[in-house]
Design a protein around this ligand. Structure first.
Ligand SMILES: [Cu+2]
Length: 92
């Protein structure tokens, strides 16, 4: 009984939180050809609404983005980098 109750609470607690719903997405980013490209990609992501952090891995050509799922979605992140000239895809 005790175990199932704490399990239930663990499920409900994040939903009860009034704050943001933080989510992390990894994007595969195209067109990053030089060391300055990640800066542009990072800026494009960080100015998107709801994004708190974007980390670019130039070697792996990925962007790891922390965002508020209540304010934005992974599709909007893809749009942000694409509009900056770097088409991306959400990695699964
Ligand atoms: Cu470049």
């Amino acid at each position: 009984m005790r175990n199932s109750l704490s399990g239930l609470l663990a499920v409900l607690m994040p939903l009860a939180a009034l704050a943001a719903t933080p989510r992390t997405a990894v994007l595969d980013v195209q067109n990053m050809t030089c060391e300055l490209c990640p800066v542009t990609v990072k800026k494009s992501l960080e100015k998107a609404p709801g994004v708190s952090q974007a980390q670019i891995d130039f070697a792996k050509k990925t962007a790891t983005v922390t965002f508020d799922a209540d304010k934005t979605a992974a599709a909007a992140l893809v749009k942000a980098t694409t509009e900056a000239g770097y088409p991306s895809m959400v990695r699964r």
